[in-house]
Design a protein around this ligand. Structure first.
Ligand SMILES: [Zn+2]
Length: 269
């Protein structure tokens, strides 16, 4: 995989006959005390951050996959206007890259938290993807999507998937349980590379590669989320797969290598 285009909020790569974009929706500042040791204690931060009210900055990344047939498959679509104005910038990132939102025909959601699904609508309430034909989502997450009142108009587009199901040639759904009900990742095999779009398996880039056992308070089931993270990182390191995460430091795409008891992250270059 090589980088072909670089903008402030959009990074374009090519692998085989696929084009892969990392698009920034913005960022969220979250309290650092949400990061926990396996025994439930707050993770002790480096001294530079170790103060009351310390915040961690989490990128909010979306990934656009354009296959040989030129149709756009977007993985997660950011927060829209549902949260903080530091998010909801996906449309601007696409404009920066010269990508027409009308080219997106599929949005594949990793889960139904607001920073992943609400970008179906722009902050000023427009439908961003005018040619959207389906919204891929884990079967287990359909009910939660339907409960989101502002997104009711999209319910007819829901295309539920289960672990191992194929979305397109080379693209399959991969269950990655623990963070949220029906948390689903997606694996793209381009013939040259394997990429794992892993949603919210990693929240704190600066800590959870080195120590995958650290958990995030907002993981629904911290035990399962931890087991998923440990397993996924081991598999990605062994198979030299690329990882692409929704909250890893933008552009959020890289490989990992064993480093002591944990891993070092090597961003795509
Ligand atoms: Zn998230």
């Amino acid at each position: 995989m090589i980088i072909t285009t670089r903008h402030a909020n959009a990074l374009g790569c090519v692998s085989g006959s696929w084009r892969i974009w990392s698009l920034s929706d913005g960022y969220a500042d979250m309290p650092a005390n949400l990061l926990k040791e396996p025994d439930g204690r707050v993770h002790a931060l480096p001294r530079s951050l170790d103060q009351a009210g310390a915040m961690l900055r989490l990128s909010v990344n979306c990934f656009l996959l354009i296959g040989p047939n030129a149709e756009g498959i977007l993985i997660d679509c950011g927060a829209g206007g549902s949260w903080d104005p530091t998010m909801g910038h996906l449309e601007a990132a696409m404009a920066e890259a010269g990508i027409d939102p009308a080219s997106v025909t599929t949005v594949a959601m990793t889960h139904t938290h607001s920073d992943h699904i609400n970008g179906l609508l722009t902050p000023d309430g427009r439908e961003l993807f005018t040619n959207l034909g389906r919204i891929v989502i884990a079967s287990d997450a359909v009910e939660q999507f339907r409960a989101e009142k502002p997104l009711q108009r999209f319910a007819k587009l829901l295309a539920p998937v289960s672990d191992g199901e194929r979305l397109a040639d080379g693209l399959v759904a991969v269950a990655m349980p623990g963070h949220a009900r029906g948390h689903m990742g997606y694996r793209l095999s381009t013939g040259e590379d394997d990429l794992l779009f892993c949603g919210d398996v990693i929240h704190v880039h600066a800590a959870q590669f080195a120590r995958p056992e650290l958990t995030w308070t907002y993981d629904d089931n911290q035990t399962i989320a931890r087991a998923t993270r440990i397993r996924l990182l081991r598999q990605a390191a062994d198979a030299h797969s690329w990882l692409a995460g929704a909250h890893m430091t933008w552009p959020g795409i890289g490989r990992i290598a064993a480093d002591g008891p944990g891993y070092a992250f090597v961003p795509v270059a």
